[in-house]
Design a protein around this ligand. Structure first.
Ligand SMILES: *[C@@H]1O[C@H](CO)[C@@H](O)[C@H](O)[C@H]1NC(C)=O
Ligand SMILES: *[C@@H]1O[C@H](CO)[C@@H](O)[C@H](O)[C@H]1NC(C)=O
Ligand SMILES: *[C@@H]1O[C@H](CO)[C@@H](O)[C@H](O)[C@H]1NC(C)=O
Ligand SMILES: *[C@@H]1O[C@H](CO)[C@@H](O)[C@H](O)[C@H]1NC(C)=O
Ligand SMILES: *[C@@H]1O[C@H](CO)[C@@H](O)[C@H](O)[C@H]1NC(C)=O
Length: 677
């Protein structure tokens, strides 16, 4: 039945347009969701995991796949099952992966490519999430991440109470209970040249951080980039045990000798350190560091440390970008350095940094680079994506700056349906935006305009695929979408990012006003009488701010997802207190005027534009009372409004069935208010 309906749709679309398919929320949510690809050492094979959601079955189907550099655009399913994840190569012809055998146990398996067979190696009494394998002659050390639940506070009576006597009671979407992420190690040995004889010589994994009081990966988004290792040495980042994690961003780079378990502190920065990496010969350790305390969006500085001499090199200190991650790499010319990825004028760009020449070489410009594998090889395996192209893989030659497709993710979408624009913002400052058009766009028609405002506020609309706030899906509901990167955004130099501090409703608001003027005056296919604006998190703050200011009257409808209603409440109820302390210049009792000045709830008197409010109950960043307060205000003032609450979602609506409903509600809300003539 469903198949027939699809076929019929496809035929219809074929009549409307011979070249392009359409993209609605369902199609986006059912598109393959891939991990990044990891190539083997030789660089001829790659593995990744993929899962597809089906609204017919209401479930995901998943698996681990193989791709071959000499068989383009072909993926072979090796391991079916959604419990299989994080494949990592051991040899050129075998990889390890993790299978969750129950909600509370994981096993590590070895998969042999030549025989297409596998066997279990190690069983762990808690879920495993990441794997790293390092080799020394015929031995392998496997480092994995898991959770130590032994410190969990359980009530001593029959109650379910959580009790606290210090700050940091909850984080992102869970209450703090004393559980701790940790790094574990097992040693594998190979008896002959045949990988089938790999066995674990350590029957129980060693908890490498036991009794240190340290946690790695760092909650809530920590992953495999939080640590790196050679056979004997581990480098990792952890929250500074002497700082309160609710009020300080400080994380520290540690070096652990895994033989003696001796721990050494490497970094001294007062902000967050990240992306620690160690060279294969142990001669160099690199990391990123922020220097301003309590500022999570400070510029990442690149540090290279030489353990033999203790010398620390601050690399490319005049480079005005903030890299998100670094890894060791060698150019085909033999030049050694670092590959770095950073937000860069509306995309995620790959750079090479020569540590010797202290020079930055931008490599890609266009679709975003999400990860690099085979970074010591002459051709890199890149995972990339764009607004209209889900994650795909290419072989990239950094010398010639050319790429060959390895595996596409072609949904048949018009790849030219978006373009970047620059306009003059506050004080003539250049502001970047993307115009995203519907798939069946006709330049001689006029379209309603949808302005999208990103969160952060220190973030960016990068040209990447996403199942949340995908501009192409909004465009396909019949809008021209304009994503704006106002003051505070990342990828335009650190001053531009920093300039939102103490100015939340100031420069960014004016930049958006200029953006609306630009779109309505300069883009011929925009109908300036039919405009809507949507935003989440800080973008939701901006929606509530716009409601109370003149720009609000130019929109026919607004959508606020998990936004800020009251800046004072946000300070008192959020999880990471350092965030408002930095952005508002102190606590509310120290700097009340700034909180009051930029507080949307002080301007409710002017609210008049129809608004959809969405908030989720497990959002502990901006708590649900923000959404309820905004909705109550709209209702009290008889402004057409609607409230959606997702009790089982956090700051992001992630479950596909919830997300489909979210999209249906949001798109029908904005469509309703622009559909009259
Ligand atoms: C996901 O769907 C694609 C086709 O769109 C298919 O090639 C792939 O095998 C599917 N993957 C899984 C895990 O079902
Ligand atoms: C990769 O492709 C080449 C060329 O088709 C083939 O000879 C080789 O066996 C393939 N490797 C694997 C592991 O399938
Ligand atoms: C780790 O400790 C062992 C035992 O003291 C020592 O032999 C080894 O050199 C140390 N490793 C490093 C990289 O310092
Ligand atoms: C921005 O301002 C400059 C002058 O400062 C002007 O030359 C340029 O045309 C303006 N750009 C737009 C898009 O209006
Ligand atoms: C584009 O729109 C114009 C004006 O509505 C219309 O005359 C024309 O037929 C449309 N072109 C296509 C290809 O649909």
């Amino acid at each position: 039945m469903l198949f027939e309906r699809r076929l019929c749709c496809l035929l219809l679309m074929a009549i409307v347009s011979l070249t392009t398919a359409s993209l609605d929320a369902k199609r986006m949510l059912e598109a393959p969701r891939r991990s990044s690809v990891t190539s083997n050492f030789r660089g001829d094979l790659g593995v990744f995991s993929e899962s597809n959601y089906s609204f017919a079955d209401h479930s995901f189907s998943s698996g681990i796949y193989l791709i071959n550099s000499s068989a383009k655009n072909h993926q072979e399913l090796l391991v079916p099952g959604k419990e299989a994840k994080v494949p990592q190569w051991v040899t050129d012809r075998s990889f390890l992966y993790v299978k969750d055998t129950s909600p509370s146990r994981s096993s590590i398996f070895v998969y042999d490519i030549d025989s297409r067979s596998e066997f279990g190696l190690y069983d762990h009494s808690a879920p495993i999430s990441e794997l790293l394998i390092v080799k020394e002659s015929s031995r392998y050390r496997v480092i994995f991440t898991s959770t130590d639940t032994s410190g969990r506070d359980e009530p001593s009576d029959q109650s379910s109470v959580h009790v606290y006597d210090s700050l940091f009671v909850r984080h992102w979407d869970h209450w703090k209970t004393g559980e701790r992420n940790s790094l574990y190690s097992i040693i594998l040995e190979q008896d002959s040249e045949n990988v089938h004889t790999l066995h674990s010589t350590t029957p129980t994994a060693t908890d490498l951080l036991e009794n240190t009081g340290l946690e790695c990966p760092i909650e809530p988004f920590g992953d495999s980039t939080d640590f790196d290792a050679t056979f004997n040495d581990l480098v990792f980042v952890a929250k500074d045990p002497n700082s309160n994690p609710a009020t300080q961003t400080r994380t520290v780079v540690y070096l652990l000798n895994m033989t003696t378990l001796k721990l050494k502190v490497l970094s001294t920065a007062m902000g967050a350190c990240s992306s620690p990496i160690i060279s294969e010969d142990d001669s160099k350790i690199g990391w990123l560091e922020m220097r301003t305390p309590q500022y999570e969006s400070d510029q990442n500085q690149i540090i290279v440390y030489y353990p033999k001499t203790g010398y620390k090199q601050h690399v490319v200190r005049n480079w005005d970008r903030s890299p998100a991650s670094i890894q060791w790499g060698t150019l085909p010319s033999g030049e050694k350095g670092l590959y770095a990825m950073a937000d860069d004028e509306g995309r995620r760009t790959l750079f090479f940094i020569s540590t010797k020449k202290d020079q930055v070489i931008p490599l890609t410009k266009g679709e975003s680079v999400l990860s690099v594998s085979n970074s010591e090889g002459s051709k890199l395996w890149l995972s990339k994506s764009s607004f209209v192209r889900p994650k795909y893989f290419v072989l990239y030659d950094p010398a010639k700056k050319v790429e060959e497709l390895l595996l596409d993710a072609n949904l048949g979408l018009d790849q030219s349906s978006y373009e970047e624009v620059w306009y003059n913002g506050t004080n003539g400052r250049k502001i970047h935006g993307w115009l995203v058009r519907p798939q069946n766009f006709n330049a001689s028609k006029k379209y309603p305009l949808a302005i999208l405002i990103h969160g952060g506020p220190q973030g960016s609309w990068t040209n990447t695929w996403s199942t949340r706030w995908n501009p192409a899906v909004v465009a396909n509901a019949g809008f021209v979408v304009f994503t704006i990167d106002p003051t505070g955004s990342t990828g335009y130099g650190q001053k531009f990012t920093d300039d939102i501090a103490l100015n939340w409703g100031g420069r960014p608001y004016n930049d958006i006003v200029h953006g609306v003027d630009y779109a309505t005056n300069k883009i011929p296919y925009v109908d300036g009488s039919k405009m809507v604006a949507l935003g989440a998190s800080y973008g939701g703050y901006m929606i509530n701010w716009i409601q109370g200011h003149p720009l609000g009257r130019r929109f026919r409808a607004l959508v606020c997802h998990d936004g800020v209603f009251n800046t004072l409440n946000t300070f008192y109820s959020t999880d990471e207190l350092y965030f408002p302390i930095h952005d508002f210049g102190g606590t509310p009792w120290e700097n009340r005027a700034v909180y009051e000045r930029w507080n949307p709830s002080n301007f409710v008197n002017y609210w008049a534009t129809p608004q959809l409010v969405i908030h989720s109950s497990k959002d502990y960043r901006l708590t649900e009372s923000e959404g309820i307060s905004a909705f109550n205000s709209l209702q009290y003032k008889n402004v057409p409004s609607k409230l959606l609450v997702f009790e089982d979602e956090n700051h992001w609506v992630l479950k596909p069935e919830n997300s489909l409903r979210w999209h249906n509600e949001v798109l029908s809300w904005i469509t309703k208010f622009v559909s009259d003539d």
